[in-house]
Design a protein around this ligand. Structure first.
Ligand code: ADP
Length: 168
């Protein structure tokens, strides 16, 4: 199973699909969403308009346009409200549904940002554990699934992922 974590900008990755931490409107926002839309160009927003939004925990795919990636998989992470509002299940749904969509699209490689850990305030250590556990479990069940890179925006986040990846 191929799982790795790197520090970098997800918009630069040469993979079949990058995952976007979008909001339910799918019409763009700040953080990684804004960076992806800027790098992909205005055609991405035009395609997103045809999707009519996305519920939290679900995922929808578009083309990658000017990105090196062929597809963008837009998923909507939960807003952190203290942990008692189904946040963990919804975050796991994001990873599982994005992996299922990547597999359906025939992707051999995919990259995830640290969904919900920015504006949505999910504690980064707990989010890293869910990300790694959920993707690992998915690939155990679907060994033909894509190789995954977790793209962290800073070295501290990468350390959290490396700690999770070191745990068997
Ligand atoms: P959310 O609303 O789901 O919390 P954010 O975009 O605010 O989404 O943050 C999600 C994570 O993405 C944060 O850890 C943030 O540091 C990171 N991030 C922001 N820009 C990029 C980028 N270009 N590449 C990778 N990660 C990024």
């Amino acid at each position: 199973m191929e799982l790795r974590a790197v520090t970098g900008d997800i918009t630069k990755l040469q993979v079949d699909a990058i995952v976007n931490a979008a909001n339910t409107s799918l019409l763009g926002g700040g953080g990684v969403d804004g960076a992806i839309h800027r790098a992909a160009g205005p055609e991405l927003l035009a395609e997103c308009r045809t999707l009519h939004g996305c519920p939290t925990g679900q995922a929808k795919a578009t083309g990658g346009y000017c990105l090196p990636a062929r597809y963008v998989i837009h998923t909507v992470g939960p807003v952190w409200h203290g942990g008692g509002h189904g946040e963990a299940e919804l975050l796991a749904d994001c990873y599982r549904n994005s992996m299922a969509l990547a597999l359906e699209l025939g992707c051999r490689t995919a990259a995830f940002p640290a969904i919900s850990t920015g504006v949505y305030r999910y504690p980064p250590d707990q989010a890293a554990r869910i990300a790694v556990d959920t993707v690992r479990r998915f690939l155990e069940e679907h060994p033909e699934g894509p190789q995954v890179t977790f793209v962290c925006f800073d070295a501290r986040t990468e350390d959290l992922y490396q700690a999770q990846l070191a745990e068997l």
